[in-house]
Write a protein that binds this ligand. Structure first.
Ligand SMILES: Cc1cc2nc3c(=O)[nH]c(=O)nc-3n(C[C@H](O)[C@H](O)[C@H](O)COP(=O)(O)O)c2cc1C
Length: 404
């Protein structure tokens, strides 16, 4: 599905010689699906790892590998290929290619294109940890940053060579998100956003507990959209199985109390708080230390519940609260409950999920409740909706000079 950031963008995707070339097949698919046109250019070494045929089939365009290629009418592929480009993305970027870029070398088509470019250059390093840590590589990276080149990654973790450390390429999805982020308008630049997402889990005993059907998708989509809008994002997540959006700091918690404590520890630094998590209202007063056994007499267990802290209300009650946004998931009468909940929580903006509960779905439709008005946003997938909501929140922020 085309996205606002990438639809109509033209990218030159430069591939250099590394094992991570296999990730570029998926990256190309994600970029073209988002509406970008992708012109693949490969170094000779890159063609040893994946064939130009594969890349041509996935990008839908002929692949260039040589500056002596006669297919460009004036024989100037090294200039013409980048002229229409919104950016050149080098992925994977080898140690060798970083060195070439840092020194302005131009001894093959891709390096010549980079030197002759008049568009931004994004570089996605991929290499063994020793190659990454090598002082020469670090000098080259520092030089590239000083030259205004954008580095995406690298990641840390197990490497193709069997070693573990810094240098591996971001996964295709994260690279795609980082490229989208590069093109997003930075409407939250300089802002710090604290969010909660997902359900909480309230234990009954070591193996059982009470939770709810929140998938975390809306909160994660908002965290991604806020990051792409230029904010520094801290996401406090309940138990969900979702990937952390690229560039977002994630803290995992289980219970409502843990979520409350994590939020209260960080909220002083936040300009915006968005409480998307479906936080349990109650917990069992004394969870059993041992698994509760089914007794021979079949006596049913009984539990005493106590109230959990109200995270949104606690944030709104602070002497200098951030711009606080709540979410409401009601199974009926949202129009009445939404505004009532906004006033009770004392927040400037409350977002109500319209229609039946949307837990786990990819689409959502919401109403924005604020003093004196209720505005409906059109139904959309959660990521599109998240971008629209971030734009709505950005519009309502107090003047930068007044914000903490
Ligand atoms: C099996 C194999 C895997 C390699 N993987 C990487 C890698 O992940 N990162 C890297 O920087 N170089 C890697 N290299 C070395 C590069 O391919 C080599 O430095 C090459 O000259 C890079 O050329 P290029 O920058 O023109 O694409 C690998 C080499 C081999 C043989």
């Amino acid at each position: 599905m085309a996205t606002a950031e990438l639809a109509g963008k033209h990218l030159v995707l430069g591939m250099t010689g590394g094992i991570a070339c296999y990730k570029i097949a998926e990256l190309t698919r994600l970029l073209t699906k988002a509406g970008a046109t992708v012109q693949v250019v490969m170094t000779e070494a890159a063609t040893q790892f994946i064939t130009p045929v594969t890349m041509q089939a996935l990008s839908g365009r002929p692949v260039y590998t040589s500056q002596w290629d006669g297919r460009v009418p004036n024989n100037m592929a090294h200039i013409d290929l980048s002229r229409e480009a919104d950016a050149i993305v080098i992925a994977p970027a080898s140690t060798d290619f970083l060195a070439k870029l840092a020194h302005g070398m131009a001894d093959d088509l891709l390096s010549t294109l980079c030197v002759a470019r008049d568009c931004p250059l994004l570089v996605v390093p991929a290499m063994n940890r020793q190659m990454w840590q090598n002082p020469a590589t670090q000098r080259n990276v520092a030089q590239l940053r000083a030259d205004g080149v954008t580095l995406l990654g690298p990641d840390s973790g197990p490497q193709a060579c069997g070693e573990i450390g810094d240098g591996r390429m971001l996964e295709a999805k994260a690279t795609y998100e980082a490229i989208s982020s590069f093109f997003s308008p930075k409407i939250l630049s300089g802002r710090r956003v604290l969010l909660t997402a997902g359900p909480t889990f309230e234990p009954l005993d070591p193996v059982r507990g009470i939770t709810n059907r929140s998938s975390g998708k809306m909160g994660f989509a908002l965290a991604r959209a806020a990051q792409q809008a230029g904010a520094e994002v801290h996401l406090v997540a309940g138990p969900v199985s979702l990937e952390t959006p690229w560039g977002v700091f994630r803290q995992d918690v289980q219970t409502a109390q843990q979520m409350h404590d994590a939020v209260m520890r960080s909220v002083a630094d936040a300009d915006i708080f968005i409480g998307v998590a479906a936080v349990a209202d109650w917990r069992v007063a004394h969870a059993s230390e041992h698994k509760i056994k089914k007794t021979a007499e079949r006596a049913l267990p009984s539990f005493t519940f106590v109230e959990n802290p109200d995270i949104l209300a606690s944030v709104a009650k602070l002497p200098h609260p951030p711009f606080a946004v709540g979410f409401a998931a009601e199974s009926g009468d949202l129009e009445v409950h939404g505004e009532e909940k906004r006033m009770r929580k004392n927040v400037p903006l409350l977002i109500g999920n319209l229609g039946p509960l949307t837990f786990g779905l990819d689409d959502n439709e919401v109403i924005l409740f604020e003093a004196g008005s209720a505005t409906k946003l059109t139904r959309a997938d959660k990521q599109t909706l998240a971008r629209a909501l971030i734009a709505e929140i950005a519009k309502r922020l107090p003047d930068t000079s007044l914000i903490r």
